[in-house]
Design a protein around this ligand. Structure first.
Ligand code: PEP
Ligand code: MG
Length: 747
């Protein structure tokens, strides 16, 4: 019996090196045929009408496009029954369906296995042989195992197979941030060399040849970059180019990588070892300048690895006449990638991984940039490729033709028009039809997104995520640096309240200079207040900076993230008292801030009665609360489809929080993404929540919604929703209600 994992790894590695989708699927069927030892291997994928489209075949005569109508033949039967069918004589089966022209009559045996992805049949893999022998149980089991992995790979291949490059290739993902963007790809990652594993080298001579080719390619790239920058580059940058060139020509590096390949490691693994060796040499140096050079070596390693992957390094050139922006594309487009460009230039964001709750999506929402997450790796994507990002549906369209672009441009225009109508509400109160005023705040964290909140009529900042200013730096910011950042926030918001959260890193929010790795469960690990209390010097600095920046104004409210036990609150209370005391002694005119806790860990819910006397307010962090209640990682594309903050468990628990806060007279707000989901907002108002904080761009729509409904209506809808036992039913109920309010355009 073959080693499934080894074979799979080999096939996966081989297809990774192939750029075109057609060549990739061909490689897959050829490899399976060889491994299982059959004459034919054919891949069918299900189209939107449930017909089975022959994507590629090893062994069948190529007759052009072939489609087996839904439910027909053995292929249809495999898809319907969702289990494998293994026959010695296919023609004897009553469901046999002969595909004309393929000369299938030459083959007697048939084994079809369904390709299932996240619970849905997406295709069927068929092997056939001339001999009338059913596949051995071992080989059948191998095929079943292989196809469960293949289903994940196939998703990365455009669904219309052969027609993939002819245009309008729709790739499903999950909604990250609503809106539609048309633009040109700017690749943001690809190629973290240090994450590359060792793997056996199948052809040492070929890998050595590729290694020399790679050196040559990158040398030319560096020359071109130097020329393009010309006189603009400073001496220190020119020095880096020189050191790159020296290292590329250094026999020590060249032979080290060669030796690794000859020892049996594949080229990327050998390259990683070679680069790591030099990087560690520099890292061990005491001289700070030389020590820092290990980063340059790491960058060069990544550059070589990207060249190996065939990724383009040039920045996308925007065709001027189209007026289209950039679409940032990457495994996880980082916050620094977004922050490094003016928001107006970014037309969309596409992440191969992640979900709507990733921080990239949260930031995209804040900036009003359409985003699609969890698309899986988009094979062969390159800089400047034109893309449509449809954040309303959660899909990316590759190679869009002009007609489709024109249609999408109309949607963008309609959206703009609706936005203009919404802008007129800017100075109007968020008041329901039965005259109850709701307070609307904005979530913020990037300096760039401070003003949109104000422009959209925010009454203050309901959640200021301080980790973002920490993320876009190379080291922890000093107290003075933090004072400046926070001071600017208070200045912009003048007398409006600001709810500033202490550092909430860990989980999916990592600092480049303080990575928290080696945790099996980062979401349950060293994050939020736990990290801050264990690094009390950082917390003290941050709290001092916040209090100093607010001066004697009464508008600073400190929010504590991820609180799960009373002792965390008590320790923070002592620290805050000490910070205020220190500052007074140092002569600062300050005001002691109000303190509140995020209710985002389920354990916090039942402790609200104990905490009521210790806290001035609470704020529901519905993003984390949902992920912990549902035990669904908000960044895992595999389970993203199951994550929904309208899940009955979540809304019942939030109702419990609201009732508890009311009983203990604790002011309450909600600052997770739920506050910008119109359906959720109806329920939250019905529960009695009167303060919501959301991304600035969503604020006008939510205000529009609040103004078009009465609390009486919201309460009645909530009661009906609370009696339903599943998300789909609740969402359908809310969709009908939104339609009746004529609120369909609010996405
Ligand atoms: C939340 O969890 O709902 C929240 C607002 O915090 P963050 O998304 O920053 O973790
Ligand atoms: Mg949170």
């Amino acid at each position: 019996m073959q080693n499934v994992i080894l074979e799979l790894t080999r096939i996966q590695k081989e297809i990774l090196e192939i750029a075109s989708p057609q060549a990739q699927v061909r490689k897959i069927v050829d490899s399976i045929s060889a491994v299982v030892g059959t004459d034919v291997c054919t891949l069918y994928l299900m189209d939107e009408n449930r017909d089975m489209v022959l994507i590629v075949s090893h062994g069948l005569r190529d007759t052009g496009p072939i489609k087996i109508p839904a439910g027909l033949g053995l292929v249809g039967l495999v898809a319907q029954s969702r289990h494998s069918i293994n026959l010695a004589r296919a023609a004897a089966h009553p469901r046999f369906y002969y595909v004309a022209g393929t000369e299938e009559e030459r083959f007697q045996s048939f084994c079809g296995v369904p390709l299932v992805r996240y619970g849905k049949v997406i295709g069927v893999l068929v092997v056939q042989s001339r001999d009338a022998n059913a596949l051995s149980p071992e080989n059948e089991a191998f095929l079943v195992t292989l196809s469960s992995q293949l289903a994940l790979l196939v998703n990365e291949i455009p669904a219309n197979g052969y027609g993939a490059l002819s245009g309008n290739v729709r790739i499903p993902g999950v909604k990250g941030s609503s809106g539609v963007g048309i633009g040109h790809v700017q690749l943001c990652d690809g190629g973290e060399l240090f994450a590359v594993p060792d793997s056996p080298c199948t052809d040492t001579a070929e890998d050595i040849r590729q290694w020399h080719q790679l050196l040559h390619t990158v040398r030319l790239e560096i020359e071109a970059e130097q020329q393009a920058l010309g006189s603009i580059i400073s001496d220190s940058i020119a020095g880096i180019f020189e050191s790159y060139e020296k290292l590329l020509a250094d026999p020590a590096l060249i032979t080290r990588v060669e030796a690794e390949i000859l020892a049996g490691n594949w080229l990327p693994g050998a390259l990683r070892k070679g680069i790591q060796f030099f990087s560690e040499l520099f890292m061990a140096m005491e001289d700070p300048y030389l020590h820092a050079r290990h980063e340059d070596i790491h960058h060069l390693g990544n550059k070589l690895y990207k060249a190996f992957l065939g990724m383009d390094h040039a920045h996308a050139q925007l065709p001027e006449h189209t007026g289209e922006g950039l679409i940032l594309v990457g495994t996880q487009v980082s916050i620094s990638d977004i922050a490094s460009l003016p928001p107006g230039q970014i037309a969309g964001i596409v992440c191969f991984e992640g979900s709507s709750m990733s921080h990239t999506a949260v930031l995209a929402n804040a900036l009003g940039i359409p985003a699609v997450m969890g698309t899986g790796r988009l094979k062969g994507i390159h800089n400047e490729e034109r893309l449509i990002v449809d954040g309303n549906i959660g899909q990316v369209i590759r190679h869009p033709n002009d007609m489709l672009c024109a249609e999408f441009r109309q949607i963008i225009d309609q959206e703009k028009e609706f936005q203009n109508q919404l802008a007129e509400l800017r100075d109007e109160a968020a008041i329901t039809q039965d005259h109850i005023e709701i307070s609307l705040f904005t979530n913020s964290g990037l300096l760039a997104d401070l003003t949109p909140g104000l422009k959209n009529g925010a009454q203050g900042i309901g959640l200021y995520r301080t980790e973002i200013p920490f993320m876009v730096r190379d080291s922890f910011p000093s107290e003075e640096e933090q004072v400046q950042v926070y001071h600017h926030v208070f200045d912009v918001y003048q007398d409006k309240p600001v709810y500033m959260r202490t550092l909430d890193i860990g989980g999916d929010k990592q600092l480049p200079y303080f990575p928290i790795t080696n945790e099996d469960n980062p979401a349950l690990g060293w994050r939020g207040i736990r990290f801050s209390l264990d690094n009390i010097q950082l917390l003290m600095t941050q709290v001092r900076a916040m209090v100093r920046a607010a001066q004697d104004r009464h508008k600073l409210n400190i929010l504590l993230p991820m609180v799960s036990s009373t002792s965390e609150l008590d320790t923070f209370t002592e620290l805050l008292a000490e910070a205020c005391e220190q500052l007074r002694i140092e002569g600062y005119l300050i005001h002691k801030p109000r303190v509140g806790a995020m209710i985002e860990v389920p354990a916090a819910i039942s402790q609200i009665p104990f905490w009521a006397s210790r806290l001035d307010f609470i704020s529901i962090g519905s993003n984390d609360l949902s992920q912990y209640l549902l035990a669904l990682d908000r960044n895992n594309a595999r389970v993203a489809g199951r994550y929904d903050h309208i899940h009955p468990a979540v809304i019942h628990e939030i109702f419990r929080i609201v009732n508890s806060a009311r009983q203990y007279q604790l002011p309450l707000s909600l600052c997770g993404e739920m506050a910008s989901d119109p359906m959720a907002v109806i329920l939250l108002l019905g529960m009695g929540i009167r303060t919501l904080s959301m991304s600035a761009v969503k604020l006008p729509r939510i205000k529009w919604l609040i103004r078009s409904l009465s609390l009486g209506q919201a309460e009645a809808i909530l009661q009906r929703a609370l009696s339903l036992d599943n998300v789909e039913a609740i969402r359908s109920l809310l969709a009908i209600e939104l339609k009746q309010l004529n609120a369909d355009l609010i996405k």
